[in-house]
Design a protein around this ligand. Structure first.
Ligand code: C2E
Ligand code: CA
Ligand code: CA
Length: 485
C-alpha cells in the first residue's frame, strides 16, 4: 500500500499539483481503502486490485479533466491549470503565441456600477474571447486578466486585431454602456521563456509598461521588452544580495537657502552599483524594490547609514539644519516601519529634528490608518515632513493640507519653460506665493541654469536644489562642499 502511495505521491509531485495533490490523494486513498476494507470483511470478494485500479482511474481523470479547473463565474480555465498545462507544452517544446487581456479598471467598475454589472462584464468578455479564439483554451489568470493561445502566426495577428475591435466597440450591460480600459499584450512564441511561472511574471511586466489614461493599449513583446524584463529580474535578484551584504551607498545633494546664501540642508539619495551592469539608476532599483516589497529593507539600511554618517561627522549639525530622507509610499504604509526608523534615532542618540522625511504626492493621496500612525510616530520623535515632487502627480492642495508638512518641494517638471513662456512663469510664481501664504517653505528642485535661479530668487523661493549648485556627491565630499559655501 505504501509503495502505491509513494508512486502516486511522486506522480502528483512531478505534476506540481500543490493543494490539489492532497485532494487527489485523499480521493485515491478513500476509494482504494474502502475496497481493501470490503475485502477484509468479505474475503470472498477480491476487491483490492479493483479498488486500486478505480482509484488510479479517478486520479487520472481528475488531472486530465480541465472542467475541474474552470472558474465558476466565467467558465474560463483557471491559472493553476494554465501553469501545469503550459509547463507541459514547454517541456515538449511546443510553441504557442499568446494574447492577454487586462481589464485594469475592474475595481472602479465594480465600485461605480456594482458587482453584478462587473461580473456580467467579465462573463461577456470571456464569451467574446471564446468567439474570437474559436477554442476552449481561454484562461483567467487573475480576477481581471485573461489569456488566449494560438498556434499559427497568421491566426495570432488576426485574433489580436479582432480583440482590439471587440473592446473598442464597448458593451451594453443592464442599460449601462461600458468601454473599459484594457491592456492587450501579445507574445509571439511562448518558448522564449522556459518556465510557465516566468511567463506569468513576464506578462505582469508587459502590463506594467502600459501608459496610464489610454482606453485601449497594445503592448507587443519584442527583444527590447524581453531584455528589459531580464534586466529587472536580474536587479530584483541582485537587490536581495545588496540587502544581505548592505551594498548600497548614500550620496548627498545640497539644498541652497536663497535668503541665507548658504547650503541649509542635504538630501540623501541612494546609489547601487552592479558588478557587471554598472551603476543602477535609483529610479529603477527603488521602483523594483517597491514592487517586490524589498523597499522597507532598503529604506532601513539607508537610514541607518545616514545616522552612522551624522554620528561620525558631528560638524554637520553645526553647518546645516537637517538631512532629508526619501520615503517610498510603501514604507509609510508598512505597519511598524516608521517606528523602526525612529528606533534607529534612539540607537544612534540623534535628535529627530535633524531629519526630515520626504513624502511624495502619491503617498499623500493614499490615506490609511498605517499612514497616519507613521506620520504620528515621526511627529512624536520631532522628525519633520516635506512634500516631495509637488506638481508631478495628482494631489491637490487639499491633500497637502491634510498632513503636517513644513516644506513643499516643487517638482523639476514645473520649471520647464519658465524662462521662455509667460504662462508657465505665472503658474510657477503663483504656486510659490500660494504655498508661502499658507505657511510652507518652498524648495525648487532641478535648477540647472542661472536664468532659472534669478527668476526663482525674484519670486521669493526659499530654497533651491539642482545641478546648478551641485549634483549629489559621495559622503566623503560633503565637508569640502559645505565649507566652500
Ligand atoms: P527625488 O527625490 O526627486 O530626487 C531628486 C532627483 O533629481 C535625484 O535623482 C537627483 O540626482 C536629481 N537631480 C537633482 N538636481 C537635478 C537637476 O538639476 N537636474 C536633473 N535633471 N536632475 C536633478 P536620483 O538620485 O537619480 O534619484 C531619483 C529618485 O529616486 C529620487 O527622486 C527619489 O524619488 C528616488 N530615491 C533615491 N534614493 C532613494 C532612497 O533612498 N529611498 C527612496 N524611497 N527613494 C529614493
Ligand atoms: Ca526627494
Ligand atoms: Ca523630488
Amino acid at each position: 500500500m505504501y509503495a502505491v502511495y509513494a508512486a502516486v505521491d511522486s506522480f502528483v509531485h512531478r505534476k506540481e499539483l500543490g493543494v490539489r495533490k492532497i485532494r487527489i490523494i485523499a480521493w485515491f486513498l478513500t476509494v482504494a481503502g474502502s475496497c481493501v476494507a470490503i475485502q477484509a470483511i468479505q474475503p470472498m470478494l477480491l476487491m483490492t486490485g479493483f479498488g486500486l485500479a478505480l482509484g488510479i482511474a479517478i486520479l487520472y481523470l481528475t488531472i486530465n479533466n480541465p472542467s475541474e479547473y474552470e472558474d465558476s463565474l466565467t467558465g474560463a480555465l483557471d491559472n493553476q491549470y494554465f501553469g501545469q498545462w503550459m509547463q507541459e507544452q514547454m517541456n515538449h517544446g511546443k510553441k504557442w503565441h499568446l494574447l492577454t487581456v487586462d481589464l485594469r479598471e475592474m475595481k472602479r467598475i465594480n465600485k461605480i456600477y456594482g458587482g453584478t454589472i462587473g461580473d456580467a462584464l467579465l462573463q461577456r468578455v470571456v464569451e467574446g474571447l471564446h468567439e474570437i479564439t474559436g477554442s476552449d483554451y481561454v484562461f483567467r489568470l487573475t480576477g481581471k486578466r485573461f489569456l488566449m493561445l494560438t498556434r499559427s502566426l497568421e491566426g495570432y495577428e488576426r485574433k489580436r486585431n479582432a480583440l482590439q475591435q471587440f473592446f473598442e466597440r464597448g458593451f451594453w450591460i443592464d442599460g449601462e454602456f461600458l468601454r473599459p480600459e484594457v491592456v492587450i499584450c501579445g507574445i509571439r512564441d511562448s518558448g522564449q521563456l522556459k518556465k510557465s511561472d516566468a511567463l506569468l511574471v513576464y506578462i505582469e511586466y508587459l502590463v506594467s509598461l502600459a501608459p496610464n489614461g489610454e482606453s485601449s493599449i497594445l503592448i507587443q513583446s519584442n527583444d527590447k521588452t524581453l531584455q528589459g524584463f531580464w534586466y529587472e529580474q536580474e536587479i530584483e535578484h541582485f537587490l536581495s544580495t545588496a540587502i544581505e551584504r548592505d551594498l548600497f551607498e548614500v550620496y548627498f545633494q545640497p539644498v541652497y537657502s536663497v535668503r541665507n546664501k548658504k547650503y541649509r540642508t542635504l538630501e540623501a539619495l541612494s546609489r547601487l552599483h552592479h558588478p557587471s551592469l554598472g551603476p543602477i539608476s535609483p529610479e529603477v532599483f527603488i521602483g523594483i524594490a517597491e514592487k517586490s516589497g524589498q523597499i522597507t529593507e532598503v529604506g532601513y539600511l539607508q537610514f541607518r547609514k545616514v545616522c552612522q554618517f551624522v554620528k561620525e561627522h558631528k560638524y554637520l549639525m553645526d553647518m546645516i539644519e537637517n538631512i532629508k530622507i526619501n520615503l517610498s509610499p510603501m514604507e509609510l504604509l508598512k505597519e511598524g516601519h516608521s517606528q523602526r526608523l525612529v528606533q534607529l534615532l534612539k540607537e544612534y542618540d540623534l535628535p529627530g529634528s535633524f531629519f526630515q522625511m520626504e513624502i511624495t504626492e502619491t503617498a499623500a493621496t493614499e490615506y490609511s490608518e498605517n499612514m497616519y500612525q507613521a506620520i504620528a510616530a515621526f511627529e512624536k520623535a520631532g522628525v519633520g515632513l516635506c512634500m516631495d515632487d509637488f506638481g508631478a502627480g495628482y494631489a491637490n492642495l487639499n491633500t497637502v493640507l491634510k498632513f503636517p508638512f513644513k516644506v513643499v518641494k516643487l517638482d523639476r517638471s514645473l520649471l520647464e519653460g519658465i524662462c521662455e513662456q509667460e504662462q508657465k512663469a505665472v503658474f510657477y510664481r503663483s504656486i510659490v506665493s500660494v504655498l508661502q501664504d499658507i505657511g510652507y517653505y518652498v524648495v525648487s528642485e532641478g535648477v540647472e541654469t542661472v536664468e532659472q535661479l534669478s527668476l526663482l530668487t525674484e519670486w521669493g523661493v526659499d530654497m533651491v536644489q539642482g545641478y546648478y549648485f551641485s549634483p549629489p556627491v559621495p559622503a566623503d565630499k560633503i565637508q569640502a562642499l559645505l565649507s566652500g559655501m
